[in-house]
Design a protein around this ligand. Sequence first.
Ligand SMILES: [Zn+2]
Ligand SMILES: [Zn+2]
Length: 94
Amino acid sequence: MMDSIITKSKKCYVCGAVTNLHCHHIFMGANRKISEDNGFKVYLCGYHHNQSNDGVHGNNGHELDMWLKQEAQRRYEKTHSRGDFIALIGRSFL
Ligand SMILES: [Zn+2]
Ligand SMILES: [Zn+2]
């Protein structure tokens, strides 16, 4: 269990809310464990997670999903190469 590499603060990464926080794994499905092991996680409030259409898992969430993936990649590439990221996740989002 690794802490988020994206942010250290326990608040919604989108709006800054501090209540009803969910831990969101930025890369899901087959990459969920990779997200866990590499700290590709952020806190999101329920609204920005899965309790509205605008949430990252909602019908309108694609843009937010892509932005979070880019944020994760940017942060990862501060200490790793782009090739390392692609080897891990399978593609670049930048
Ligand atoms: Zn929020
Ligand atoms: Zn999630």
